[in-house]
Design a protein around this ligand. Structure first.
Ligand SMILES: *Cc1c(COP(=O)(O)O)cnc(C)c1O
Ligand code: SF4
Length: 334
């Protein structure tokens, strides 16, 4: 008997890995030898936005270090429970730009599609931590209806698949979406915003690369890493076939207090990214989302960091420092 290598009902390797992600603080802290750090307020904060982190991302954290820059991005803290003036539920005005069907159109020529609400990791600073994904994401609806809606947007040249994380969709679902997008005559560029190459590199399979390669548009992938420790040989190995397939690779980071608000960290990040064929694109000032005030870095501190990077790196390795303002027609450069 010839064994079937891809039994149809079995999930892919990456899907199994995704399913085995840490889903509670006790388990993660035990894994890191930090079980004594499990405080009741951690559990309280996790009720508002559950802890979630892949085994791969956790494997990049230092054992026994409560200040590890990767751990700090995912561990719920008491600080999230305190109110801070100006830190709100919808800091970027997504509710204003919602066109229905999970489409956000704020910027000229580009429509952002919330292809799914799911993420492989829950970043504590995320502006979508309060987002009503259940009602808003396109998942569960027919992609055809979504594309009908997109077709009604004049002058659309780029579709951005975002979320959540669009690469948490199965190849089959993603393939159906890309097929439906073929109906948009003016579309020239397809962009994906995904953290999976960083937090679940096994997601980048040959089949996925083929899917992204096999279409008529210029394709770019914007990954999301904040600290050089997030990148290792697995990341490089995942990104390499994408690069060979002609996909433009960019990175966006969020400027986070105590995590990457140091010149040396940002410099090492840019260099590590470029070693893997990725250009730094944006460094976002934190969106003032409720529960994330303890991560905020001010504008002037951000500007000084960028000035310092400019003195040390070639221009193409210096990300653009930007912030998002509700109602604005572009990201605001600082
Ligand atoms: C960030 C963003 C974009 C993309 O902006 P670029 O400057 O082209 O990277 C598009 N739509 C929305 C709603 C966004 O938030
Ligand atoms: S949308 Fe991005 S930043 Fe937000 S939780 Fe998901 S992976 Fe993290």
């Amino acid at each position: 008997m010839i064994p079937c290598s891809h039994p149809p009902l079995e999930s892919a390797e990456w899907q199994k890995e995704l399913a085995s992600a840490f889903g509670n603080a006790g388990e993660l802290l035990r894994h890191l030898g930090l079980e004594h750090r499990l405080q009741p307020d951690i559990l309280e904060a996790a009720k508002q936005f559950p802890l979630r982190v892949t085994r791969h991302f956790a494997s990049l954290m230092r054992q026994g270090d409560p200040d590890d820059p990767l751990l700090r991005q995912v561990l719920p803290l008491a600080a999230e429970l305190s109110e801070a003036p100006g830190f709100v539920i919808d800091p970027v005005g997504d509710n204003l730009a919602d066109c229905g069907d999970g489409i956000l159109q704020k910027y000229h020529g580009r429509a952002l599609v919330i292809a799914t609400g799911a993420c492989a990791i829950h970043c504590r600073y995320c502006f979508r931590r309060h987002f009503a994904y259940q009602e808003r994401s396109a998942r569960g609806q027919e992609w055809e209806a979504l594309v009908d809606n997109l077709a009604a947007h004049p002058a659309l040249t780029e579709v951005i698949l975002s979320g959540g994380d669009p690469l948490t969709l199965s190849d089959r679902r993603l393939g159906q979406l890309l097929a439906a997008l073929q109906r948009l005559p003016g579309l020239r560029r397809l962009r994906l915003h995904s953290r999976l190459p960083v937090v679940l590199p096994s997601r980048i399979t040959e089949d996925l690369v083929a899917l992204l390669e096999d279409n008529p548009w210029s394709v770019s992938l914007v990954i999301h890493a904040n600290h050089p420790n997030e990148l290792n040989r697995d990341t490089a190995r995942a990104l390499d076939p994408l690069r060979r397939a002609g996909i433009t690779l960019l990175n966006q980071s969020v400027l986070l207090r105590g995590i990457n608000d140091q010149e040396s960290v940002l410099r090492d990040l840019s260099e590590a990214l470029f070693d893997m064929g990725v250009l730094p694109y944006y460094l976002h000032l934190l969106d003032p989302v409720k529960g994330a005030a303890h991560f905020a870095v001010g504008r002037s501190a951000g500007r000084s960091l960028i000035a310092a990077l400019r003195r040390q790196l070639p221009g193409y390795l210096v990300p653009r420092l930007v912030m998002e303002e509700p109602g604005s027609s572009e990201k605001t450069p600082l």
